[in-house]
Design a protein around this ligand. Structure first.
Ligand SMILES: NC(=O)c1ccc[n+]([C@@H]2O[C@H](COP(=O)([O-])OP(=O)(O)OC[C@H]3O[C@@H](n4cnc5c(N)ncnc54)[C@H](OP(=O)(O)O)[C@@H]3O)[C@@H](O)[C@H]2O)c1
Length: 310
C-alpha cells in the first residue's frame, strides 16, 4: 500500500467533478493510492478519471468502503462501487463504520435513525463474512475496518478468517490515539489516518466549540516555519514518520504536490518528541448521527471506558 493516499470526501462543498479533477491531478503528480467511499457520492466521476488514465492498474491502490445501510448486502454494494469506479477489483474494501445505522446525507448531528442499534459483534462478523467472500471472489485483494476501537477489535478479531489489512481512523497531531495505534501494530493491522491535517474545511455539522486545530498549534507552526513549510505538510511528515498512512484531501495542485513531497520527508526524533506533547485528544469526527438511544453522548460510540456501550 503506497504510504500516502488521496482522500476523496468533498466535505459537502467540493462537488464530484472537482474531486475527480483532484484525482486526475494527483495521479499526474505521482499519487498511486486513492481512498474512495460509496457515501462520498463521487465514485462514478472518479471512475471516469481512472478509466482515462494510462497508469497500469497494478501500480494503483484503490480502496473503497461499504456504507452503513449495506451491511446486510455487501456483495451488491461492492459490485456497484466497482461498476462506478470502472474496475474489476479493488485493492482494499473497508467497513466504513461499525454501526449499521444509516442516516440521510447532510443531516444535522441531532438527527437519529429510529432503527439505529448498538454495536453487535455477531452482526459485525456477519458483515465481515460477506467481506471475506469478496476476497474469495477476487473482487478485492484486501479487506479492512474503519472507526473501530480496541474493545470492538478485541470482540471480533479472533473470529475472523481473514484479518483486516488496515483500520482507518482519525489521526493527526491533536488526536494521536497512541494505544489504538500500538494495538494495531501488535495485531498486524496497518493504521490509516483520516483528517491528517485536522480537516480544516469539514462540514459545519462536524464542528464544536471545543475543537482544536493542529495547523494553528504554536509548536506545529514553529516547527513548520523552521522547515519553511506549511503546518499542514508538517502533519503529513509526522504521520509517515510515526508509521501510519495519511490520506489528505486537497483540490489544490500546489498542496497536493507539497503533501506528496512531505510523505518522503521524515521528521527528526527531536521534532517527534515535541509533537508528542501536542496531543489534545481532540476527536473531530465524533459520529453523533450513529447514536441509537436518546440521551447518549458521542463518547458512547468510542468505548472510552474500555467497554462497548449497549
Ligand atoms: N473512514 C472515515 O470515516 C473517514 C472520515 C473522514 C475522512 N475520511 C477520509 O479522509 C480524507 C481526509 O480527511 P479530510 O478531507 O476531512 O481532512 P484533511 O485531509 O485533514 O484536510 C483537508 C483540507 O486541508 C486542506 N489542505 C490539504 N493539504 C494542504 C496543504 N498542503 N496546505 C494547506 N491546506 C491543505 C485542503 O484544502 P485545499 O483543497 O485548499 O488544499 C482541505 O480543505 C477524506 O477525504 C476521506 O477520504 C474517512
Amino acid at each position: 500500500m503506497p504510504g500516502i493516499g488521496l482522500g476523496t470526501f468533498g466535505s459537502d462543498h467540493v462537488d464530484s467533478a472537482a474531486v475527480a479533477d483532484a484525482v486526475g491531478t494527483a495521479l499526474a503528480l505521482g499519487y498511486r493510492h486513492i481512498d474512495c467511499a460509496a457515501v462520498y457520492g463521487n465514485e462514478a466521476e472518479i471512475g471516469a478519471v481512472l478509466t482515462r488514465s494510462s497508469i497500469p492498474r497494478a501500480e494503483l491502490w484503490i480502496s473503497s468502503k461499504v456504507w452503513n445501510d449495506r451491511h446486510g448486502d455487501v456483495a451488491t454494494a461492492c459490485e456497484s462501487t466497482l461498476a462506478d469506479l470502472g474496475l474489476d477489483h479493488l485493492d482494499n474494501y473497508l467497513v466504513h463504520w461499525p454501526f449499521p445505522n444509516h442516516h440521510a446525507p447532510h443531516v444535522d448531528v441531532d438527527a437519529r435513525n429510529p432503527h439505529a442499534v448498538a454495536f453487535s459483534a455477531e452482526r459485525y462478523l456477519d458483515t465481515w463474512g460477506q467481506m471475506e467472500h469478496l476476497v474469495e471472489r477476487g473482487l478485492t485483494r484486501h479487506i479492512g475496518t474503519s472507526n473501530m476501537t480496541i474493545p470492538k477489535l478485541d470482540a471480533v478479531l479472533g473470529h475472523m478468517s481473514i484479518r483486516p489489512s488496515v483500520n482507518q481512523m482519525e489521526l493527526h497531531p491533536h488526536f494521536q490515539q497512541p494505544e489504538l495505534v500500538q494495538y494495531l501494530h501488535d495485531h498486524g493491522v496497518a493504521p490509516i489516518g483520516f483528517c491528517p491535517i485536522g480537516s480544516p474545511a469539514r462540514p459545519e455539522r462536524d464542528r464544536t466549540e471545543h475543537d482544536t486545530s493542529p495547523t494553528e498549534d504554536p509548536v506545529i507552526v514553529e516547527l513548520a516555519a523552521a522547515r519553511n513549510i506549511h503546518p499542514a505538510t508538517l502533519c503529513i511528515s509526522w504521520a509517515v514518520t510515526r508509521g501510519h498512512t495519511p490520506i489528505p484531501f486537497s483540490t489544490s495542485p500546489t498542496n497536493l504536490a507539497a503533501n506528496l513531497r512531505a510523505a518522503t520527508q521524515p521528521l527528526s526524533s527531536d521534532e517527534m518528541r515535541l509533537l508528542d506533547d501536542t496531543d489534545r485528544q481532540c476527536r473531530l469526527i465524533k459520529g453523533q448521527v450513529f447514536l441509537w438511544r436518546d440521551g447518549q453522548s458521542w463518547q458512547d460510540l468510542w468505548d472510552e471506558d474500555g467497554t462497548i456501550a449497549s
